[in-house]
Design a protein around this ligand. Sequence first.
Ligand code: C2R
Length: 180
Amino acid sequence: MINTPTASADTSATPDRILVGILTGSPNDLPIVVKVRDTLTELGIKSEIVVASAHRTPDKVFAYLDRAHREGVQVLIGCAGVAAHLAGVIAGHTRLPVIGLPLGNGPLTGLDSLLSTVQMPPGVPVATVAIDGARNASMLAARILALKYPEIDRALEEAAKRERERYDLTADEALAKLTA
Ligand code: C2R
């Protein structure tokens, strides 16, 4: 895979502070949303999860976004199920890049969340990943940050290497691992 061009030229150390703010619409979303944080941690990126809803607690969403700006958060991830307006509302309040993670926990198993998250009006973009695509939400946040921080680019390269190793096994070796 081609390296991120600016990252290889840049020598900035990754700052030791929270770079990714993860907002989610309900405490009930947490079992999947913690996976977003886990992947970011695996890549050496500090993040925080805040439970706040654009519908139920809009003041809490805006207060968090103001704090996040002050404290130097650089990417935001909005996670929500059903009528998932959270990521869109975040994108309307900030020019930081916003990733939308539609959750599949409602009665329509996520098609409603996917469409509510992805169908943003022009000028207010939300980079939407798959329904319950927690790992890709983190990976995309990391790719954005890797433009600036070479350590994160290297962590992504290592993760891709580990992924490729699974393909070095023969089919029988892979099957043995699956059934172990
Ligand atoms: P409860 O389980 O708390 O009733 O929430 C949440 O993300 C959750 O998946 C049900 C679902 O409602 C979602 N929710 C939103 C928003 N706030 C909560 N979609 C929002 O602001 O978009």
